[in-house]
Write a protein that binds this ligand. Structure first.
Ligand SMILES: C[S@@+](CC[C@H](N)C(=O)[O-])C[C@H]1O[C@@H](n2cnc3c(N)ncnc32)[C@H](O)[C@@H]1O
Length: 259
């Protein structure tokens, strides 16, 4: 379904490269799947928590961003990235490097009506949630879209996202090596920018459509995880009931997929 893609990139190594020589950058199946959900161009795309910037570079290479913003909080990573970008993408108006906490994104430098895509991948679900909540509250008049690929706590994340002015645009499940990843594309739902939308379900929705072995296996693994949590839990009554509620939602889903 998702084949590992080899992208032709100009020189990746800064030390011994020669202008015009091409190096290959292999991106992971997970990053490739995130990239595949960007199906239109945006004037501004923010690759948040970008680390070495592989996803942003792939999007730049595809030409889907007027300006690609690379954001990470670690200065040494960003210095190295800036060097690599200067070499590989000489048109410097195409990209910007921000050594910043995602909570401090300057989204108000862009006109409110202009769509901005904010990608947050590779950090925990709780951290992802606090970033989305913060940005939505701070830039409530702006036309924001989010592409999220959280590590862990997906149910908790979606349950909280349901309460925000967001609508589901797309959602997929992938497996890379032995790990499963849920990727969620959300758009702001408001009267100003109406969008046709699917509701957000805490256990996910579109990613279970036309379920194959992949979905069934992931669901079984998820159910097993919550069953073990319930058994072993030293949790408070409130936490216990949240686990029970989560487990029930997945069991109900399993029943409907099997019927
Ligand atoms: C595991 S990497 C994810 C890289 C890439 N997004 C991916 O999905 O493969 C996590 C990165 O998030 C960065 N990070 C963590 N918290 C951050 C924050 N509050 N603001 C900006 N960057 C952050 C870390 O410095 C690290 O480089």
């Amino acid at each position: 379904m998702f084949l590992v893609q080899i992208i032709r990139m100009p020189n990746y190594n800064t030390s011994d490269s020669h202008p015009g020589t091409e190096t290959t950058l292999k991106i992971s199946k997970r990053l490739q799947a995130i990239d595949s959900l960007v199906t239109k161009s945006y004037q501004h795309i923010w690759d948040c928590c970008c680390d070495h910037g592989q996803l942003g570079m792939t999007l730049l290479q595809r030409g889907v961003a007027g300006q690609l913003h690379f954001v990470d909080i670690v200065p040494s990573i960003m210095m190295q990235l800036r060097r690599a970008l200067k070499q590989q993408f000489p048109v410097q108006q195409q990209w910007r490097v921000h050594t910043l906490d995602v909570l401090d994104l300057p989204l108000d430098e862009v006109a409110p009506e202009q769509p901005q895509l904010i990608i947050i991948a590779g950090v925990g679900g709780e951290q992802t949630l606090s970033m989305v909540e913060h940005l939505l509250a701070k830039f409530c008049g702006h036309n924001l879209e989010f592409l999220l690929c959280p590590l862990r706590h997906q149910y908790k994340l979606r349950a909280a996202l349901q309460k925000l002015p967001l609508a589901l645009h797309n959602e997929i499940l992938i497996k890379e090596n032995k790990w499963y990843y849920e990727i969620i594309h959300l758009r702001k739902s408001s009267n100003v920018y109406p969008v046709a939308s699917n509701p957000i379900h805490a256990r996910g929705s579109l990613m279970w459509d036309n379920a194959t072995e992949l979905q069934h296996d992931y669901l079984q693994q998820t159910i097993g995880h919550y069953q073990r949590m319930l058994k072993n839990s030293q949790a408070s009554i409130t936490e216990h009931s949240a686990i029970q509620q989560t487990l029930s939602a997945y069991l109900e889903l399993q029943q409907s997929l099997n019927s």
